[in-house]
Each structure stands twice: as structure tokens, then as C-alpha cells.
Design a protein around this ligand. Structure first.
Ligand code: AMP
Ligand code: MG
Length: 486
């Protein structure tokens, strides 16, 4: 494959210059490939193996810009930890352009850590190897779990020193998504009273990513679009909750207008179930604690509604916001029913789920492993759930809860083998525990970069048993500290 055979476009770059600053990546010395995701490469029409394409490696390092690209850093604003920040932007990400891939699908290709832009503020525009590995693995793990997310194509490392708490080395992550437009993109234009630009951005997002709304008359279109964004956000918060994912930095500049999980920093997948868990050590007040996420999602949607004030009436926005909770509850209810192997809604569902979560919380059980253990249960096991660790197995509440659950299963009358198979396809055996990401990082730092893609490949089929990799399903032995600089 020749690089020139790729079809590039950049619709974002056709917006006026008020939307971005044109900037080329800053080259790095001695780039080497750390990770390559052939499944995503296939979607983009890129080669399966990069070793024979040194020119593509140079592109992904930011050392080579093709003539068809139109690199730029987008401007946006946002609420960070609740405080208004009037101007932000791609400070360490550069949008190269869009690749027109398989079935004419379009993918924005961004280099994260490709050098300074006008929006770098006090930063150096760089990312460290550690943080790119964390984002690479998390995006692909999330995708394999069926949860909307930006994707990760590659990591290119360089010996270039980067200074954080200590000296580290630079790496560039290739991030891929249909669009990287955020809530904060709209907040910027609204705060500057730039109505024309605000509408232009909304029109572009609707045309490119919500084309079904174009059939509506303009007067209804924006309200319908806002409603769709809010509903997608409610769904995403429910998906995160059900899978035990904590984002860590839910600022409005990290909220995607198409409802994707975006910007993986100090995230975690819960191990011990603690709803008040704070994975981001910079979040001292716990604003983004695990159980706060649904509320923060609503808070962010409210900020977006304010920003869209000139396009969506206050009455329409309020009506939409009022239905956020109902949508979140309905989606979460459906997800938890599936996790418990139930097919039909029942008025007792919420109490049943709450009872199980309460058991997990009181006993400090591992979130993923506990649901996985339930998935293997058959009636012959009685109240025993193999593989549940002793604290929960010895808890008197477990017997009572198991009786309620199995009575509910009996009432549904579904075959237990079928139910178990469905649960095993719903409750992942493997999630990206912080220690797994750290294992990939430690290996990469000592020269074994192959571990990164080994773990990505495992997490690509998180519902399969992989008996030879069983140790990756185990909880970590110690807490790994992650902060905003992660
Ligand atoms: P984040 O918390 O990663 O979403 O980043 C918030 C803002 O800070 C974004 O506008 C980033 O572009 C910017 N930023 C974060 N790290 C850096 C860095 N190393 N250099 C320049 N800008 C950065
Ligand atoms: Mg961000």
C-alpha cells in the first residue's frame, strides 16, 4: 500500500479560521513503533503490518505531513472541576485530517502529544509513554465492551525527554474518532456571543453526525439534536456505571458531542466495589467520584443547554434535561437486568440490584469478578457462588439475596445454560485494571513494547475465558496512583 493511495479530507479545516489554529506537528528524534492496532487499521484502509511502511511511522510520529492533510488545533473552552475556563483548545493534540476508510466511513485522525500549539498554555504539547499506553489500552478495551469511545490506532515512542514529576520520554498516540467536537466547543462560541459560528458548528455536527435530523424543519431540528446529545450522554453514564468505569476528569471539554468516551487520563475500572471511589488523585474534593458521574453528566448537559440558548428554547432544553434521569434509570435498569441474567422488567428489579451492590460494597468484593461468578452459577450450586471471595461468601446476606435472585430466575423460566451463556457475554472476565495498564507500561519502559498489544488483544475479547491468561483477571495487590498528569 502506498500512502498516496489513502483518501484524505478535513471537513473541520473548511470551517473559518475562528474555529482553529493551523499548526504542524513538531518532529521527534528516532521514532519507534510501540503499539499498532491492525483491527482499526483495517477500518481505515491502512496496512495490517506497519514494519514495511516506514513513511507511515514518520506520519504517526508527526515527522511527515502529507500534502492532502490540513493539520490544525481546535479551539474550545470548558468547565474544569466546576470552574469556567474561557479558553482551552487542543494543547497537545493536532488534527491531521479525516481518512475516508472502509465503506466510505470517515475518521478524524489526531496525533496526541505532537508538540505545542497556540493552546498549549503552560504545557509542552507532549505526552509521555505512560499516558499514551493508558489511553491506547482504555479506548480499545472500552470499544470491545461495546461502549461508545474514541479509538486508538498507534503509539510511536521517541527518546525525546519530557519533564513531569520526573523525566520521562515522549510518545505520540494516534487517536481516531468520527469527530472530536466537545461540549466545550459550543461553550466557547456562546461565551463570546459568536452566534454565527455557534450555529455553523451545530450545522456541521448535525449534517455529519446526526443526518437523520436534517429532515426536520429548522425550528425543531436543534431541539431534537440537543435532546439526542443529552440522551446519548445519559446512556453513556449508565454504560460506565454498569461496567464499573470511572473517567476521572469529567470536565465539559472532555465531553463528546456525539456521546463518546473521550480523553482517558486518571481513569479506572473499579476493582473493590466502592461507589465513592475517587480514581483521580488530583480530584481532592471527589467531584468526579464514581457515584457522582451520572449527576455530573446532567450538570454538563445543562452547561451545553445554556451554550445552545440561541438555538434551543429554554422550555425545550428544560424538558430535555428533565428526562435525563428517566433515560439514565431506564438504560441502567436494562444493563443491570442483563448483568443479572434477567430478561423482563419487574418492579422489584431496582431493589434486587441494590441488594447485590450493597453486598459487594459491604464486603469489598471485586466488581467484575463478582458478576462473572454469578454468571457461572447453576441451581445445583444452591446459595454457593464459586469463585466469590470469602468475605462475600461468608456474608449471611448472600444466602438471602441468592434466594431472591434464583426465585426471580425461576419466575422467568429461562433455561439456565442459556441464561449463563448470556451473562458470560455481558459480564466481562477481563477489564483494564490499573495494574494491567501498569504492567504494559513497565514492560514498555524496559524495552518489551510487545506487551502493550498483547494486553490490547486480550481485552479485545473480554468475555472469553483465555485460561492461559487467567492472572489478568485478578485484582491488583496495591493501589496505583494516577493523577491529571497521567
Ligand atoms: P485534559 O485534562 O487532558 O483534558 O487537558 C485539559 C487541557 O489542557 C486541554 O486543553 C489540553 O490540550 C491541555 N493540556 C494538557 N496537557 C498538556 C500538555 N502537556 N501540553 C499542552 N497542553 C496540555
Ligand atoms: Mg481534554
Amino acid at each position: 500500500m502506498e500512502l498516496t493511495a489513502l483518501q484524505w479530507d478535513n471537513r473541520f479545516a473548511r470551517l473559518p479560521e475562528t474555529f482553529y489554529h493551523r499548526v504542524e506537528p513538531t518532529p521527534v528524534p528516532s521514532p519507534h513503533l510501540v503499539a499498532w492496532n491492525p483491527e482499526l487499521a483495517a477500518l481505515l484502509g491502512l496496512p495490517h503490518d506497519l514494519t514495511e511502511h516506514p513513511d507511515l511511522l514518520e506520519v504517526l510520529a508527526g515527522n511527515l505531513v502529507l500534502p492532502e492533510m490540513a493539520p490544525l488545533a481546535a479551539i474550545y473552552a470548558g468547565h474544569q472541576f466546576g470552574s469556567w475556563v474561557p479558553q482551552l483548545g487542543d494543547g497537545r493534540a493536532i488534527l491531521l485530517g479525516e481518512i475516508v476508510g472502509l465503506n466510505r466511513s470517515r475518521w478524524e485522525v489526531q496525533l496526541k502529544g505532537a508538540g505545542m500549539t497556540r493552546f498549549s498554555r503552560m504545557g509542552d504539547g507532549r505526552a509521555v509513554l505512560r499516558s499514551t499506553i493508558r489511553e491506547y489500552l482504555a479506548s480499545e478495551a472500552m470499544h470491545a465492551l461495546g461502549i461508545p469511545t474514541t479509538r486508538a490506532l498507534a503509539i510511536v515512542g521517541s527518546p525525546l525527554p519530557v519533564y513531569r514529576e520526573q523525566t520521562e520520554t515522549a510518545a505520540i498516540l494516534t487517536r481516531v474518532a468520527p469527530t472530536h467536537v466537545r461540549f466545550g466547543s459550543f461553550e466557547l462560541f456562546a461565551s463570546r456571543r459568536m452566534q454565527t459560528e455557534l450555529q455553523q458548528l451545530a450545522d456541521m455536527v448535525i449534517t455529519d453526525h446526526f443526518p437523520e435530523l436534517l429532515a426536520l424543519p429548522a425550528a425543531e431540528r436543534y431541539a431534537a439534536w440537543y435532546r439526542e446529545v443529552v440522551m446519548r450522554t445519559a446512556d453513556l453514564m449508565a454504560e460506565w456505571t454498569a461496567v464499573g468505569f470511572q473517567h476521572g476528569v469529567m470536565n465539559t471539554d472532555n465531553f463528546s458531542i456525539t456521546g463518546l468516551t473521550i480523553d482517558y487520563g486518571p481513569y479506572c475500572w473499579l476493582e473493590r466495589y466502592d461507589p465513592q471511589w475517587i480514581c483521580n488523585h488530583s480530584d481532592t474534593a471527589g467531584r468526579y467520584a464514581f457515584d457522582q458521574q451520572p449527576l455530573v453528566g446532567l450538570w454538563n448537559c445543562t452547561r451545553l443547554g445554556e451554550a445552545l440558548h440561541s438555538l434551543v428554547s429554554e422550555a425545550d432544553a428544560l424538558a430535555t434535561l428533565e428526562s435525563y434521569r428517566e433515560r439514565f434509570d431506564a438504560t441502567l435498569g436494562r444493563l443491570f437486568r442483563a448483568k443479572l441474567g434477567l430478561t423482563a422488567a419487574d418492579p422489584g428489579d431496582a431493589a434486587l440490584v441494590a441488594g447485590w451492590l450493597d453486598l459487594l460494597e459491604r464486603t469489598g468484593a471485586d466488581y467484575a469478578r463478582s458478576f462473572r461468578a454469578l454468571s457461572h452459577w447453576t441451581p445445583g450450586d444452591g446459595a454457593a457462588v464459586a469463585d466469590l471471595h470469602t468475605e462475600i461468601s461468608d456474608s449471611p446476606g448472600l444466602v438471602t439475596w441468592m434466594e431472591r435472585w434464583s426465585a426471580r430466575l425461576d419466575a422467568e423460566g429461562q433455561d439456565h445454560t442459556v441464561r449463563s451463556t448470556q451473562m458470560l457475554a455481558t459480564n466481562p472476565k477481563y477489564v483494564l485494571r490499573n495494574w494491567l495498564a501498569q504492567d504494559a507500561i513497565d514492560n514498555a519502559l524496559t524495552g518489551n513494547v510487545g506487551r502493550v498489544d498483547e494486553i490490547r488483544t486480550l481485552l479485545n475479547t473480554p468475555f472469553d475465558e483465555h485460561p492461559e491468561l487467567e492472572r489478568y483477571a485478578m485484582p491488583g495487590s496495591e493501589e496505583i496512583v494516577v493523577s491529571c498528569s497521567s
